[in-house]
Design a protein around this ligand. Structure first.
Ligand code: DCP
Ligand code: MG
Ligand code: MN
Length: 257
């Protein structure tokens, strides 16, 4: 009796069980009870394994039954998981950006796009789209101190400007777009990147061209060379883009691929 309780006190795999416990807690926090259970269940059996026994066992497939494939993947991406923020934190950053922007112009539209808009539990960053017709905002963010030091202009073409802003932990990507490009920008910035590639490829098959600025029809290509850029279709909403492309609308949560 004394002996068996002693073996429970010694945790031979603390380096693993600690991580499992962090993951279990994180998923519990996100209301994913079943996934959390998947991580907390193996903690007890792992605690009592001898290290020398566990190591050959862990790359042996039979441990798959103890931990499960998803938990092994979870351990592999443990650092990634901690790098990403829970969506509640992304919402708080969106709020901060909104407050700062609307202090300047109450009619300004601010929206967190990217993985946040696609409804993901965790976000690598916050992709804030700001709809504005002036460049004033750029200077505001630059000097407000919310964006710390780096603000890199990625791309400039016409009235469309995209900036990468860096703020304290973790920085939002800020994109400033004119109202006329709202729908195309929103769709681009919502992603996913894979979804965007598919949509562009689809447009191409219909002699159209889709970018973060506009959807153009009647493109003229000679081989891979663009001879005529086409005329831009009116796209007031994302739904218009889907309609022009002849496919049914997909909610942001359905745009992972
Ligand atoms: N994007 C794209 N092509 C790229 C990079 C980005 O089309 N090469 C678009 C789609 C992305 C959006 O920009 O969804 C935002 O880029 P992120 O890198 O921030 O990607 P996500 O927000 O989708 O994921 P994460 O949670 O990792 O930030
Ligand atoms: Mg993102
Ligand atoms: Mn981003």
């Amino acid at each position: 009796c004394a002996q068996s309780s002693q073996s429970k006190v010694d945790n031979h795999n603390k380096h693993i069980t600690d991580k499992l416990e962090v993951l279990a807690k994180a998923y519990t926090h996100h209301g994913e009870r079943w996934r959390a259970l998947g991580y907390s269940k193996p903690v007890n059996p792992l605690t009592s394994y001898e290290v020398g026994y566990l190591v050959p066992y862990l790359y042996n497939r039979s441990l798959g039954r103890v931990i499960g494939h998803n938990q092994i993947i979870g351990l592999k991406h443990y650092d990634d998981f901690l790098d990403r923020m829970p969506r509640e934190e992304a919402a708080a950053i969106e709020e901060t950006v909104k407050e700062a922007a609307q202090f300047l112009d109450p009619g300004l539209l601010v929206m967190a796009c990217g993985s946040y808009r696609r409804g993901k539990d965790t976000c690598g960053d916050v992709d804030c789209a700001l709809m504005n017709t002036t460049q004033f905002l750029f200077f505001f963010f630059y000097y407000s101190g919310f964006l710390t030091d780096d603000l890199v202009s990625h791309e400039e073409s016409g009235a469309h400007k995209k900036y990468m802003g860096v703020c304290r932990l973790p920085g939002p990507d800020v994109i400033v777009v004119p109202y006329g490009e709202f729908a195309c920008s929103l769709m681009y910035f919502t992603g996913s990147a894979h979804f965007n590639r598919s949509m562009r490829a689809l447009a191409k098959t219909k002699r159209m061209s889709l970018s973060e600025h506009s959807l153009n029809s009647d493109m003229l290509r000679q081989g891979s060379l663009k001879v005529y850029g086409g005329t831009s279709r009116p796209t007031l909403t994302e739904k218009d883009i889907f309609t022009h492309l002849g496919i049914s609308f997909r909610e942001p949560q359905e745009r992972d691929w």
